[in-house]
Design a protein around this ligand. Structure first.
Ligand SMILES: [Zn+2]
Length: 258
């Protein structure tokens, strides 16, 4: 069984592995390692190419529990090799694949139009939709997808059981049981990691400057003055109960106030 490094570390481009098995595929030598960052063809994303030491990896296959590297030169079992992925190729695949999901989600959200298939090519990638689309709707979906991309949202990996997955609003029904790996494209504005620091910053702006609520709202990217007021009140309340926050605010006020 190959340890799939890309599964948990998708940005890993170089690694070390030991050859555990050798073989042949369509007349070319193959190599199985104990661990690999090479992504095999699956789920619509093409395979990785690259190098294992001085040997070129021409193709990567997913064979049951193992990842099989098709190489240009035979290797020996037991050899430890540095692996290096052709990152230009892989990063392009990652961008296209994620982009496809963002675009598909836009069609789904705006027009309830599902993506039935996806093809990734070297020159162009295409998606097939369940229904015909008017030119104006097409433009709206492109705009919506670009809006999401410009938000620079966090893309994260989450592991869930089949039971948990059944309770989630997934884009696609999972085809297998066991632990599932989900890719989540997080909505930016309601993440606490963003909202809480922003509330603190608004609170400090209110207390340390002469700026009015609408002025602060404008400074924070066009927020309504009631949002600013709510944030100020929220932090006011929280600091009464949260000693750490209170200490932090005292320190910040002192340092910023000079
Ligand atoms: Zn996908």
């Amino acid at each position: 069984m190959t340890d799939r490094i890309y599964y948990t570390e998708p940005s890993c481009r170089s690694f070390q592995g030991t050859v555990t098995r050798i073989g042949e595929h369509n007349g070319r030598p193959t190599v199985v390692l104990d661990r690999t960052a090479f992504y095999p063809t699956s789920g619509g994303q093409p395979f990785d190419t690259g190098r294992l030491g001085t040997v070129s990896v021409i193709e990567t296959l997913d064979e049951d529990e193992e990842i099989v590297h098709v190489v240009d030169t035979p290797m020996s079992v037991g050899v430890v090799v540095p692996g290096e992925i052709d990152w230009t190729r892989r990063f392009d695949h990652m961008q296209q694949h994620t982009g496809q999901h963002v675009l598909s989600a836009a069609f789904d959200r705006l027009f309830d139009n599902r993506t039935t298939s996806f093809h990734m090519g070297t020159e162009a990638s295409t998606i097939d939709l369940a229904r015909e689309v008017a030119q104006s709707d097409l433009e709206r979906a492109v705009e919506e997808a670009n809006r999401v991309i410009w938000e620079d949202r966090e893309v994260s990996i989450r592991f869930v059981s089949a039971d948990e997955a059944a309770r989630l609003p997934l884009r696609k029904e999972p085809v297998r049981g066991g632990t599932l790996r989900l890719i989540e494209i997080k909505a930016k504005n309601n993440s606490r990691a963003i909202v809480y620091p922003r509330q603190i910053a608004m609170y400090l702006a209110k207390h340390m400057t002469e700026a009015s609520l609408p002025e602060i709202g404008r400074q924070f990217g066009g927020k309504h003055h009631t949002t600013v007021l709510h944030s100020v009140e929220k932090i006011e309340e929280t600091r009464k109960q949260d000693k750490d926050l209170n200490r932090l605010l005292n320190k910040l006020t002192e340092q910023l106030g000079g």
